[in-house]
Design a protein. Sequence first.
Length: 333
Amino acid sequence: MNVGIIGVSGYTGFELIRLILSHPYFKLTYVAASNQAKLADIFESLKDVLDIDVSKADANEAAKKCDLVFLALPHQEAMGYAKILIQNGVKVVDLSADYRLSKELYEKNYCSHLDTTNLSHAIYGLPELNRQRIKTASLVANPGCYPTASILAILPFLEYIDTKFGVMIDAKSGVSGAGKKLSTSSHFVSANENVNAYSPISHRHADEIKFHLQNVKNDAISVLFVPHLVPITRGMLVSVYAKINKKIDPLEILSQYYKNEKFIRVRDKAVSVKNVAGSHFCDIFAKAHEGKIFINSAIDNLLRGASSQAVANANLMCGYDETLSLPRITQFC
């Protein structure tokens, strides 16, 4: 399969390159950004590793060279490319937010939606939730990192959670989640030796989490979501708190729910970012006490929360083994 990346210059673009280069069936035939460049000028570590020019992004040109394209672009930009690619019969995995929500929720949190036709048949790319639908999709909306870690933590317990009380999600992400563009909050002096909440309760990923949990539960559920920036490069830790409606064995429920999932690891103690960073794994732990539950999950925000999940989706869309090229070994040091 010939594959391309539009928006290659960011962190997720680099991770996609790494994964595709080790893939037995994907051949990288097109990489693009906002301007032409040499790939090694953007990522010096790729000198003498990958000899391919970065083109100025053009959906029609990408369609001539690719069977599938990853869109690693900001919201609103991605939908313009996706529309043209799909019209030309190219499969698309979109890492932006453009196809993750209903039109109403998208426009509440982002901007006017310019491709409602494709929005109506885009599949939310969380394999543990939509694996069979992803296999026949032409457009997959790759989930955000916070929603991935949160939804995977909560899914097994949906039938036991008091939906009126809802879930309270305390989430912490490494600085790479802010992207390469420098901002005051991600500047070294601001982020180093510091932890801070941002957009508490009003963060737009709350609606993404709520929307997809409600689709599974077929019932309303309250979601209170507070993200934090922590001074690490990569990784994400999510702690979920909720009331439960009966006495349960949380670890047994997790083990049964995810018994066939190769990249979900049920832990018998609180999870650690260090044990997943650099891998596609999601580690989950849970403990109940006096009618309440604590659920703890950890992922690599750039991989399971973005690029390796995109590759998993692409594998499924193209009829390959889902696990191809997904990293299993962590970056422990």
